[in-house]
Design a protein around this ligand. Sequence first.
Ligand code: DX5
Ligand code: ZN
Length: 223
Amino acid sequence: MIYVAPSLLAADFSDLKGEISRIEAAGANYLHLDVMDGHFVPNISFGAGLISSIRRHTQIYFDVHLMISDPLRYADDFIRAGADIITFHYESVKDPMETLRAIKAKHIRCGIAISPQTPAEVLYPFVTEADMLLIMTVEPGFGGQSLIPECLDKATALRRRANSLGVKIDIEADGGINADNAGSVIASGVNILVAGSSIFKSKKPRTVIQTMRASEETHPFIG
Ligand code: DX5
Ligand code: ZN
């Protein structure tokens, strides 16, 4: 099954409650929450305070994507705020495996992300350890960029690796995904699609989400 995770970054921040009900009604599976610190990435978005405020208004699964330095230091804040899964960047820490284990020890699901220039191989040891692998298909930091198709080869390598080990892991792609390219993203082995602009900026988010999900039929993953 394909999951669609609209990224709140592209929402109208003057009406977050309304924006969240709009994408829930449109059939979103997850809400993707992009946390940026102006240090690991050259942009600042929002933090645990905002997440905790919106948590009161929705039951939707909170997929928290930390683009911050020292994610372990802030993990408790995001858990308290209501995250269902926390994903940190491989590039943001000295010892990614130790960080993953320390976050998972807090009884929260934990994913690990790689930026476009980081090779898939670094995530091989995480296929049996992480709850999710996140492949960035744009440079992290800003919504509204175009998908870099070469990044999808990494999803394929990781899906093959997981399949050969008999592991069912979530592979998420994030950045520049829309109804037109969702098929190629799914065909690469991805099962969770993050999409900000293409969903929130659309007048028909339900159609966009349905089209994305339906692309699985025409673009199955061929391992
Ligand atoms: C980029 C973020 C993405 C972004 C996706 O750093 O991680 O989640 O908001 O937005 P679109 O779909 O507009 O590229
Ligand atoms: Zn993201």
